[in-house]
Write a protein that binds this ligand. Sequence first.
Ligand code: A3P
Length: 320
Amino acid sequence: NFMKDDDVSQECENLISSLPSEKDFMGRNLYNYQGSWYYPSRLQAILNFQKDFKARDTDIILASFPKSGTTWLKALAFAVVHRNKYAPNLVSHPLLSNNPHNLVRFLELDLYVKDQRPDLEEIPSPKIFATHMPFQTLHETLRDSPCKVVYVCRNIKDVLVSRWHFRSKVRNELYSNYSLEDMVDEFIKGDYAFGPFDNQVLSYWKVSLVSSKPVLFMKYEEMIEKPEAQVMRLADFLGCSFTEEEKQSGMVEKILELCSFGNLSNLETNKTGTSAFGIAPHAFFRKGGVGDWKNHLSDDMARKLDEMVEKKLRGSGLKF
Ligand code: A3P
C-alpha cells in the first residue's frame, strides 16, 4: 500500500539508500538517479516504469524538460497521428473536450505512480506517451523496440520563468518564501526535480545525432517561428507524412489552429477541468511564445544562466 506521497516500496527504499542525496529549499530529500534528481515518489514511478513498461513497435514517446512546450507537443502529436480517426476540426475533435494531458499521459507522473500498473489497452494505437525522464533512463526499457521518441527543448530562461509562474499557480503555499533568484541559483547548481536541465537536453541531443534510436529533436522557438514546417517534420518522422492532397486541403493549418494556444487555452475543458495527474489544466496555459524572460529576469540572472548553458553545451553543436 502506498498511501502517502513519499511512501515507497522496499526495493525503492534500498535503492534510495545507495543514491547521492541533496536537500531542496524546504529540506525535502532529492536523490540522484542516473544523472537526474528526484523526490522518492517519482523514483518509485520510474522504477515501476523501468520494470514493467513494454514498448510496442508503434509507440511514440514525447519527452521534454517541464515547461518546454510539452502540452503543445502532446496536442500536435495526438492530432497528427490520429487525424484519420479524428478529423481536425473545431466542432467534435477529442482535444476540444479533453485536455492534452488526459489524451497523452505521462509515464512517471501519472501512469506508473505508486503501485499503479496502467491498462494500456485503453489507449488508442499508435499509443503516445510523455515523459520528463532523460534519455538514459528510458534507454534500457526501449532498447529492443523501434518505437519513436520526440524531444522538445526550449530556451532555459523562458523555461525558468514559465516554471516560476507554474509553481506559484499550483503550489503557492509551498513556494511563498522562494524567490525567483532562488530558482535561478537552483538552475545554476542543477539539483532540482528532473534537473539538471542541460544534462537532459544533451541526453536527447546526442542520440538524435546518431541513428541507433529514432529521436527527433525539436525546438519550441522553431515551432513558434515556422509552425507548418515543424508539424510536417513531426509527421514525416512519425511515419505519417501529409499527402499533397492533405496539404492542399489545409490539413496542416487545421491541426495548428486546433492546437493553438488561443484555441486550447479558451476551451472550457482547459479552463475548469482536471488533468489525469491532478493539476488543473489551466496552469499549463499562461502566455506562450518566446522571450517573456525579458520581463522577469534581471540582466545579472540572464547572464548567469547564459554562461552556464554556454559552458555546458560547448562542443555539443547544440545552440539556443
Ligand atoms: P509560458 O509559461 O511561457 O507561457 P509545458 O507544456 O511543458 O508545461 O510548458 C508550458 C508552456 O507552454 C507555457 O509557457 C505555456 O503557456 C506554453 N504553451 C501551452 N500550450 C501552448 C500552445 N498550444 N502553443 C504554444 N505554447 C503553449
